[in-house]
Design a protein around this ligand. Structure first.
Ligand code: GDP
Ligand code: MG
Length: 282
């Protein structure tokens, strides 16, 4: 028999813990990450002769270093390299929840989506084209109701199949951030790649992007190695100044805009439609 590790990621209140409990039952361990108060939940279950380990990651909205939860989620992904990350999204808040998904794709870890709370979505008259969403994202998307366990078999089967297909490879998505950011990111990525700075853990473009966002953890690591840090900081300063002077904004805002633009281009393809109820029609 074989083993596989699934990590559950998602915004707070998307149903991660409920799904985790449904799958692992009492086969759980709860502890804390070393030195911080963020809870670590792990469990396991067996599915078709595969021992499946599950990690319930702390809820987070992004993978920046803005909170302890985000830092932990990111650290677990890069340190433990789960075979598959299931991003649990609230189907009634799909557009907003895809923001984290985009960042998981950018990090490159094998990802799939659980469209949870599909019961609530149906009650609200929302119809979600799961097949089309899966095509556009290039990963499996499974509808679930964590509270009842609906969809958990399909989710597990697809997670294991996708993990197997990816075979542990990371395939970072290079989102374009437009003419004001992309050239700087390209130059920075090349320097990072050449120096091998953190590239055993992160894609080079991701490290460059984190420098651009003044990510505390990544920048602190960079300071340790001197020359490259100064070169990267110079490019970041130039880009910041350019964005301020010509657009009156900061790179982080442009990055967020382009991510939302990407999500919008997906949502525009009629991913979510709303049925007009009998009452509304009359
Ligand atoms: P977490 O913050 O992602 O761990 O989310 P929880 O598992 O704590 O769930 C948040 C709330 O949503 C709880 O009240 C759950 O009972 C509820 N919930 C979870 N999954 C579903 C679902 O599929 N449908 C509905 N209607 N409620 C759900
Ligand atoms: Mg939870």
């Amino acid at each position: 028999s074989s083993t596989a590790t699934i990590a559950f990621a998602g915004n707070p209140n998307s149903g991660k813990t409920t799904l985790f409990n449904t799958l692992t039952g009492s086969r759980q361990r709860v502890g804390n990450y070393p030195g911080i108060t963020v809870e670590r939940k792990e469990g396991h279950f067996t599915f078709e002769n595969v021992k499946v380990n599950v990690i319930d990651l702390p809820g987070c909205y992004s993978l920046s270093a803005y909170s302890a939860e985000e830092l932990v989620a990111r650290k677990v992904l890069v340190d433990e390299r789960p075979d598959i990350v299931v991003d649990i999204v609230d189907a009634t808040k799909l557009e907003r929840h895809l923001y984290l998904a985009v960042q998981l794709f950018e990090l490159g870890v094998p990802v799939m989506l659980a469209l949870n709370m599909i019961d609530d979505a149906k009650k609200q008259g929302l119809r979600i084209d799961t097949g089309r969403l899966s095509e556009l994202l290039g990963c499996p998307v499974v509808e679930t109701v964590a509270r009842t366990g609906q969809g958990k078999q399909e989710l597990t089967a697809k997670a294991l199949a996708h993990a197997k297909q990816r075979g542990g490879t990371w395939e970072p998505l290079a989102v374009s951030y437009g003419p004001d950011i992309d050239p700087a990111l390209k130059t920075m990525s090349e320097k990072i790649e050449a120096a091998g700075f953190m590239t055993n853990r992160y894609p080079a473009r991701w490290v460059a992007l984190k420098y651009m966002e003044a990510d505390e953890e990544i920048v602190a690591a960079g300071k340790e190695i001197g020359g490259l840090h100064d070169e990267l900081q110079t490019i970041v300063a130039q880009t910041r100044e350019h964005c301020r002077k010509t657009l009156n904004t900061v790179p982080e805002a442009i990055v967020a805009d382009y991510r939302y633009g990407l999500i919008n281009s997906i949502m525009k393809q009629d991913i979510v439609t709303r049925e007009i109820s009998q009452r509304e029609r009359v």
